[in-house]
Design a protein around this ligand. Structure first.
Ligand code: AMP
Ligand code: MG
Length: 409
């Protein structure tokens, strides 16, 4: 289609920042639901978590030893009972007495300190203190970890293993979490074969399928198995239509350029998915397409080259999935790095280089992770981030500060 190709050459490309803003402006965060702790790993918290009570809930021992009234060395104290974890002594302690106590066990009423067992000498049914102990020594106060009603976890945070532990300690059995976005990945291309299948002439393996479903799952999505669509107008439309019914987000790889076998755009138009943008001033990843249907269906058309697919997923789809779940932007990556080598600029497009980061002396140095062609999938292996090279003439010398973007993984 020469006419359409010409249009593609002349149309003004939007910047990466403009494209991302258009994506984020289209997001309606998903509603929350109550999730049992056992099923909440990786989910995004929708409400703050407050401690229901003090943690620890009662004064308890920090050591294995004897609960006593604080005092000097050389006292003889009668051992009158035991307080074990989960089984308090059930008896008050008086001066001149000791109660054997385990770590975490409740302090008996009347006791003001714990003397560790290595600091006592056993004398029949008594102990002799071999060290002085001050009031409160080796005793954990209630609320030392969490004070009743204080906020322990904030809404928008992703629930990792320690967050779940903290929520349980805080007294919760279930958490309010954003509903997981349902994502379907569709890979277009007659040339694509299943993993491990022998290849005929002109065929390649469908490497985008596990990458896109994996990236979506790691971004918190509920993923359906990726489907392959042939380069056929009717099959493309039928596949996208089914995916739209079952998903919040449809991610399509390939078929979104302007070749005669690229059927994605007309199929989307026929299905009532409105185009928000197509073509970004980005290298790799120019023919990226984004559109919506009825505000609650998002569709991304990503260019099929594996590197373009991962780069555009990182820059547009990952932030969308985060925003759908109401994730706080917990950016662990520094926002800038120095180029480790000279880089040629692209006159019209921002480049997203796959880089390795080297940190030291308070600096972060970014070096390209091998050849940067959009078909060089191995440039993603071991890459730490994307270094964004602004468009322009000539080269950027080594040492130039450039912005970093997280590379989805
Ligand atoms: P397209 O965007 O459909 O024009 O595809 C661009 C290039 O990416 C072509 O070389 C395709 O063979 C390749 N490609 C498309 N889809 C995939 C995929 N799922 N896995 C690996 N390579 C792909
Ligand atoms: Mg194709």
């Amino acid at each position: 289609m020469p006419g359409e190709y010409a249009e593609n050459l002349t149309r003004t490309l939007i910047t990466v920042a403009q494209a991302r803003k258009l994506v984020l402006d289209a997001i309606r965060p998903l509603p929350s639901e109550l999730v049992e702790i056992d099923a909440a790993l990786g989910r995004v918290l929708a409400c703050d978590v407050r401690a229901a009570d003090d943690v620890p809930p009662f004064p308890c021992s920090a050591m294995d030893g004897y609960a006593i009234v604080a005092g000097d060395v050389g006292r003889l104290l009668a051992v009158v009972g035991e307080s074990r974890a989960g089984a308090p002594a059930g008896r008050e302690l008086r001066d001149g007495e000791a109660i054997r106590i385990s770590t975490g066990a409740a302090m008996p009423a009347g006791a003001t300190a714990v003397i560790p067992q290595e600091n006592v000498k056993l004398r029949d049914s008594s102990i002799e203190t071999a060290a002085a102990v001050a009031v409160g020594q080796n005793v954990r106060g209630p609320g030392e970890d969490m004070r009743s009603q204080t906020t322990v976890l904030e809404a928008g945070g992703r629930l990792g293993a320690v967050e779940l532990g903290a929520a349980v300690a805080a007294g919760l059995g279930a958490l309010s979490a954003a509903r997981m976005p349902r994502v379907t990945v569709l890979c277009t291309g007659d040339e694509l074969r299943a993993p491990g299948a022998p290849l005929g002439p002109g065929e390649i393996h469908n490497s985008n399928a596990p990458m896109l479903t994996g990236l979506a799952a790691n971004a918190g999505a509920l993923t359906a198995p990726a489907q392959r669509l042939p380069d056929d107008r009717a099959a493309t439309e039928a596949g996208i239509s089914a995916a739209l019914e079952s998903s919040d987000v449809v991610v399509i790889s390939g078929g979104v350029s302007v070749g005669p076998h690229d059927h994605v755009k007309p199929a989307l138009a026929a299905l009532g998915v409105g185009e928000v943008f197509w073509s970004v001033a980005l290298q790799p990843g120019k023919p990226t397409w984004f559109g919506t249907r009825s505000e609650d269906k998002l569709v991304f058309g990503l260019p099929g080259n594996p590197v373009s697919t991962v780069v555009t997923f990182s820059l547009f789809v990952a932030p969308a999935l985060a925003a759908l779940q109401g994730t706080r932007t917990a950016r662990t990556l520094e926002s800038e790095a120095e180029l480790g080598v000279e880089v040629r600029r692209d006159p019209g497009r921002e480049q997203a280089l796959r880089v390795r980061l080297r940190r030291g002396d308070g600096r972060t140095v970014a070096t390209p992770n091998g050849a940067q062609g959009s078909h060089i999938l191995t440039s993603l292996l071991g890459a730490d981030a994307l270094a964004m090279i602004p468009p322009g003439q000539g080269t950027l010398p080594a040492g130039t500060a450039v912005a970093l973007e997280p590379l989805a993984s």
